[in-house]
Design a protein around this ligand. Structure first.
Ligand code: RP5
Length: 167
């Protein structure tokens, strides 16, 4: 019989504010679709700095393998989290009201040398989820198969659209 996998979270999805949730939910939806155990919480680099630090320091010991961090404006949550852990951090720039997310994007993508944050496009938490799945698939054959199936389906969808377009 195949050994069942643990339900212990391996991905942590964190975000700077409740207002980030509609965006960050898309990362959670991808993780759910691929049956990746994850946890989620609001942690702010400026409103709850001590909690953010404790989380980042303890994440690896807690069994987390990848952190997805979303933040907007002066978006230092992904970078500050990355400073406290050597786990891979994927940053999601949240679309802000004032600057449409350009502020969030630059804050996250422009990490100085030494502390990397893998940054996805503004608001594209779905890609952050997919990237986490792909990273985990490096050492998980079942997951590798699932991601290949997902890609094949996307490819097929384009071909189907073309059939309709050419009619
Ligand atoms: C950041 O400030 C959050 O990540 C959020 O995107 C932005 C605005 O937060 P709220 O004022 O909506 O709580 O810390």
């Amino acid at each position: 019989m195949k050994k069942s996998k643990s339900n212990k979270p391996v991905v942590a999805v964190i975000m700077g504010s409740q207002s980030d949730w509609p965006t960050m939910k898309e990362a959670c939806d991808v993780l759910t679709a691929f049956k990746i155990p994850f946890e989620k919480q609001i942690l702010s680099a400026h409103r709850t700095p001590d909690e953010m630090r404790s989380f980042a320091i303890g994440a690896r010991t807690a069994g987390i393998k990848i952190i997805i961090a979303g933040a907007g404006g002066a978006a230092h949550l992904p970078g500050m989290t990355a400073a406290y852990t050597t786990l891979p951090v994927i940053g999601v720039p949240i679309q802000s009201k004032a600057l449409n997310g350009i502020d969030s994007l630059y804050s996250i993508v422009q990490m100085p040398k030494g502390i990397p944050v893998a940054t996805v496009a503004i608001g594209n938490a779905s890609n952050a989820g997919l990237l986490a799945v792909q990273m985990l698939s490096v050492s998980d054959d079942d997951l590798h198969e699932k991601i290949e199936t997902f890609r094949a389906r996307q490819n097929q969808d384009v071909k189907e659209s073309n059939k309709v377009l050419k009619k």
